[in-house]
Design a protein around this ligand. Structure first.
Ligand SMILES: Nc1nc2c(c(=O)[nH]1)N[C@H]1C(S)=C(S)[C@@H](COP(=O)(O)O)O[C@H]1N2
Ligand SMILES: [Mo]
Length: 312
């Protein structure tokens, strides 16, 4: 077979997935083939399926992209195990098609919608965002998705909708991590409604030009780039509009360590470590962590007058 499978390609060759994708398009057209799925997951409909998208210039940052290999092999997804390398293996058993999301609570258009219905009205765009994990590593990821605010507007929340609560799938047969009670399953996260309406908040369905790898939260996950990574909940099946601040899974597990807000903030230490510096995956020297992960200009207004030491 002329076309190499990605696992056969040494990592040095795939530092830039786009180069790889272009080569794949080139080789396939040179061979006179239509775009064929080269990965097993593609047959299930997700994972390495190319996604049509535009590049959103105002959401780009001029920093080196983290290699695809790192983004898709060093993950936190406790439903598939607590070590960083388990999700890439264990998540492959997750059935992501069909997929639906239940919209509930204080909203004019509640219901259970198929992923296709959820996505239909939205043009997909590529946005390059930093992701800063509370554990002090960071990446730069070319996500593909659509604005959370646009999605929310479509379902018409009422004035009682003060917060948005997100829930991950809880499917014991496919998620071996659920056997251990490390968290109170299902994984839950929340945003204040004005945070959710900020243009930076993204519903991601892909990265590096293709549908999300399962370990990154296929088929649809939240991305909130000014908050620690754990707010960016994966494989979402429910979005509820509520009037009280939801208790997120990490807050429930360790309230002194993980607050509801969890904004990236170098001034406020985690009780067990400083948050002043971070290691960008692939770099040797640590870099300074930026206020709101570098998105201060876009999000500082949300927290005016709030004590960010108390509201950590
Ligand atoms: N459902 C669910 N979502 C989750 C997690 C998880 O364990 N379960 N981990 C979070 C954490 S701690 C981080 S840092 C990011 C990691 O996203 P990535 O693997 O795509 O880099 O996902 C977040 N979303
Ligand atoms: Mo994280």
């Amino acid at each position: 077979m002329l076309i190499k499978r990605p696992t056969d390609i040494p990592s040095s060759e795939i530092t830039d997935k786009e180069t790889y994708l272009n080569r794949r398009h080139f080789m396939q057209s040179a061979l006179g083939l239509a775009m064929l799925p080269l990965f097993n997951e593609a047959q299930a409909g997700y994972g390495n399926t190319p996604l049509k998208h535009e590049k959103a210039e105002r959401f780009r940052i001029d920093e080196e992209l983290t290699p695809y290999k790192d983004i898709s092999s060093y993950n936190n997804f406790y439903e598939f195990g607590t070590d960083k390398y388990s999700p890439a293996k264990q998540a492959q058993q997750l059935t992501t098609d069909p997929w639906s999301i239940t919209i509930a609570g204080h909203v004019e258009k509640p219901g259970t919608y198929s992923l296709e219905d959820i996505m239909k009205p939205h043009a997909l765009e590529e946005r390059i965002y930093r992701l800063r994990c509370v554990e002090r590593w960071s990446m730069v990821i070319p996500w593909i998705g659509f604005s959370l605010a646009d999605m929310i507007k479509r379902f018409q929340p009422t004035s009682s909708a003060k917060y948005v609560k997100f829930t991950t799938l809880e499917r014991k047969s496919e998620m071996p991590g659920l056997r251990r009670r490390v968290l109170d399953w299902p994984y839950v996260e929340g945003l204040r409604i004005d945070e959710a309406m900020n243009p930076l908040a993204l519903m991601a369905v892909g990265l590096y030009g293709e549908a999300l790898p399962k370990q990154n939260g296929a088929p649809i996950r939240l991305v909130v780039p000014w908050k620690y990574g754990f707010k960016s909940i994966k494989s979402v099946v429910k979005i509820e509009f509520v009037d009280r601040q939801p208790v997120s899974s990490w807050e429930q597990a360790a309230p002194r360590e993980y607050g509801f807000y969890s904004n990236v903030n170098p001034q406020v230490d985690h009780p067990r470590w400083s948050q002043k510096r971070e290691r960008r995956i692939g770099e040797f020297l640590k870099r300074k962590t930026l206020m709101f992960n570098g998105y201060e200009e876009q999000v500082a207004y949300l927290y005016k007058g709030m004590d960010l030491r108390k509201n950590y």
